[in-house]
Structure formats: structure tokens, C-alpha cells
Write a new protein. Structure first.
Length: 146
């Protein structure tokens, strides 16, 4: 199976939207259409710190990675937060998520990023893959909606 990992493009929106809906369903979250639309526009805006990568098989978008590039107080160079990672259920088991993560690692090395990091739910089955890339830290996430 040939998988192409590339930056998200405007024509990807219909296929991305199906995956995005599946991603939010997996996490049992409800993201409003206005937030979804703004997220999409941010990923297409070269001035935004939010970027998207897609995995394409046979001209079909089958997975995505959303990243946020930002500065930090503990590093001199850019940090990359992998905020969202998703592969269509019928395409899982083919190494697509691995390729998406590896492409970010390769890009980060080329671009001089200091760190790639992400978090996930404790019971996420994808942790079997994540554990092959990095060690789990002992930090606890606190979140307060404002």
C-alpha cells in the first residue's frame, strides 16, 4: 500500500470532514461547526501556528495529524504539539498512524524543532503504537474551560 503524507490542501475538506467527525465521535466530543470551520481555515492559513498533515492512499484522505507549532519557556527552538491524530477505522493496521508520526519526527529534525509531544487517554488502544516512539511521562493534565 502506497501512503503519501503531505500538508493538508483545500480540496481535502470533504474527506477530512468525514475523518474529523469520526475522530470526535471516538473521543465522544462535540465540536461546533463554527470551531470546525475555524480549525479548517487555520490549517490552510500559512500565518497560523496550526497545521495539518494528511495520509493519502489511492487519492483518498485516510488519516490526519493536526499540529500546533509554538515557542516554549524551556527550549530555544520550536516545539510541536501533536493535537489530533486519526486514521479511518477501515485503514487501521496498515502503519498509517506510524507513518504520520514518523513524518512529523523527520520534519521536526529537518526544521530544527526541539520536541514533538502529545497526550491521549489512558485507555486509548493506540498507546501500543505511541509507546514505541516515546516514554510516558508522569505529568497530570488539568483543564479548565473558561
Amino acid at each position: 500500500m502506497d501512503v503519501v503524507i503531505r500538508e493538508i490542501q483545500a480540496q481535502d475538506k470533504p474527506q477530512w470532514r468525514i475523518l474529523w467527525n469520526g475522530y470526535n465521535q471516538f473521543y465522544e466530543s462535540k465540536v461546533s461547526d463554527s470551531v470546525t470551520d475555524k480549525t479548517w481555515l487555520r490549517m490552510l492559513n500559512v500565518q497560523s501556528s496550526i497545521n495539518g498533515r494528511v495520509a493519502v492512499v489511492n487519492d483518498e484522505v485516510v488519516g490526519f495529524a493536526h499540529i500546533v507549532l509554538h515557542e516554549g519557556t524551556w527550549e530555544l527552538s520550536t516545539l510541536c504539539y501533536l493535537e489530533d491524530l486519526f486514521v479511518a477505522p477501515e485503514m487501521r493496521g496498515h502503519g498509517i498512524a506510524r507513518q504520520l508520526i514518523q513524518s512529523l519526527i523527520d520534519e521536526g529534525k529537518t526544521q530544527g524543532w526541539s520536541r514533538l509531544y502529545w497526550h491521549t487517554r489512558e485507555n486509548n488502544p493506540a498507546r501500543k503504537l505511541y509507546d514505541q516512539f516515546a516514554d510516558v511521562e508522569d505529568f497530570v493534565l488539568y483543564r479548565m474551560n473558561l
